[in-house]
Design a binder for this molecule. Structure first.
Ligand SMILES: *Cc1c(COP(=O)(O)O)cnc(C)c1O
Length: 431
């Protein structure tokens, strides 16, 4: 591998790894123990000069590039003017402008409002606060395989115990979990059938009149890039409208062009009442949002929402730079092109080995699920990719999914090379 200068990890990374052991809490893990010094579109350069192909984008964050010129420029300009005032004390234009952009870009052309926060989990927490306040109801319905964050409420909303919840309870009450549409593992239920199964449980076990919101990732992220069968989201959405429950789409991983449109709800023609966003929103700076129907968002009393740093001016400048890049370079089209080049290659690969059970995903959010519902194969494949200098991530309730989240601006040759390495890794493990 000409991009690699040393065995991985190299000597400087090993040195940092040992400092880390005595300084950083061991509960925080890292997928690769390679310390990064700089990046270019689609490449991460480590402290030993090894150049890694990035098919993870820091978990769907650096979609616009890393560093992205428009983001870097906006951040520099903003931080030279002022770094913080607290929007709740003295406001500034960037926050308003990000909210205007979110109101315009999220699904539906109804009147909307937005509120800004620091992390995805915080956005989800606030969406639940708003849904409860607006409806006067308390129950929150979530799905099998869901991932919504690591704070107390969002741990309760998240499905998988290990590593996210083990030993961290007790969890927030009034969270009810129902089955997801998971075509590869639910016997091929149609979207309508899977929705009927979920709705029946909600009505029998929770009671429609108690449901403040149904919270769903339109394509599940950490849970395994599960794409529900067509019609599932629409049926859930229709039930919400009929019963007065709010539909909250968690678009934190799927949003901002990742799946080939601004938001994944767009593919199914679903218009959620509230949408949560984060990850890809600001080119790597911490920013998150709740956007939704004006009547719901404005139902909360003044001072009921907020936070010291939420909508920090530097993060807002970064978001405006990132969104400008998405518009100017049409990154939704770029995500669709990534799907068109990678998906056929993965499908052809699946023909060559019985290890692969399912190939799925949309845009630049693509996954390989291995047949066995255990983590060994995915973990061996990921390790082989890492050893060859390609960053791929695993996910899934069974830990048996390899997921691809390349930067949307990745050059074609790097993407092709990354997929070559992945193919070889899988064929190598298949023997
Ligand atoms: C990552 C993620 C979150 C949590 O976001 P953080 O910024 O890590 O708190 C919530 N929901 C989904 C769908 C995510 O992918």
């Amino acid at each position: 591998m000409t991009r690699l200068r040393t065995a991985l990890p190299g000597p400087r990374s090993l040195e940092l790894a040992s400092r880390r052991t005595s300084a950083v809490a061991s509960g925080i893990g890292s997928t690769l123990h390679l310390y990064i010094e700089s990046a270019e579109d689609g490449l991460l350069v480590d402290v030993d000069g090894n150049r890694l192909i990035d098919l993870g984008s820091g978990i769907a964050v650096t979609s616009v590039g890393n560093p992205a010129p428009a983001v870097a420029e906006a951040v520099h300009a903003q931080i030279d003017r002022f770094s913080h005032t607290c929007f709740m004390i003295t406001p500034y234009e960037g926050y308003v402008e990000v909210c205007e952009a979110l109101n315009e870009l999220t699904p539906g052309d109804h009147e909307k409002r937005s509120a800004l926060f620091n992390s995805g989990a915080e956005a989800v927490e606030n969406a639940v606060k708003i849904a409860r306040h607006a409806t006067g109801r308390t129950a929150v319905v979530v799905f099998d395989h869901a991932y919504h964050g690591r704070t107390n409420l969002t741990m309760a909303l998240t499905s998988k115990n290990m590593p996210y919840k083990q030993g961290f309870g007790p969890f927030a009450p009034e969270v009810h979990r129902v089955p997801m549409s998971y075509p590869y593992r639910d016997g091929g239920l149609t979207g309508a059938e899977a929705a009927a199964r979920a709705i029946d449980l909600i009505e029998k076990q929770v009671g429609a009149a108690n449901v403040a919101c149904v919270l769903i990732e339109p394509i599940q992220g950490e849970g395994g890039f599960v794409v529900p069968a067509p019609g599932f989201l629409g049926a859930i959405s229709a039930w919400c409208t009929a019963t007065g429950a709010l539909l909250v789409a968690d678009e934190i991983q799927t949003g901002f062009c990742r799946t080939g449109s601004w938001f994944a709800s767009d593919h199914e023609g679903v218009v959620p009442d509230l949408v949560t966003t984060a990850k890809g929103i600001a080119g790597g700076l911490p920013l998150a949002a709740v956007t939704g129907r004006a009547d719901l968002m404005d139902s909360v009393h003044v001072g009921g929402l907020g936070g010291t740093y939420g909508g920090n001016p530097v993060a807002c400048a970064a978001a405006l730079g990132a969104i400008r890049t998405m518009r100017e370079r049409d990154l939704s089209a770029a995500a669709r092109r990534i799907e068109q080049t990678v998906l056929p290659r993965l499908k052809a690969l699946a023909e060559k080995t019985d290890l692969i059970g399912d190939i799925r995903g949309r845009g630049a959010m693509l996954a390989i699920e291995f047949t066995e519902p255990t983590p060994e194969i995915a973990s061996q494949v990921a390790k082989a990719c890492h050893a060859a200098g390609v960053v791929v991530l695993t996910c899934g309730t069974y830990g048996n999914v390899i997921r691809l989240l390349p930067p949307l601006v990745i050059p074609d040759d790097l993407l092709a090379e990354g997929v070559d390495v992945l193919e070889q890794a899988i064929l190598g493990v298949a023997g």
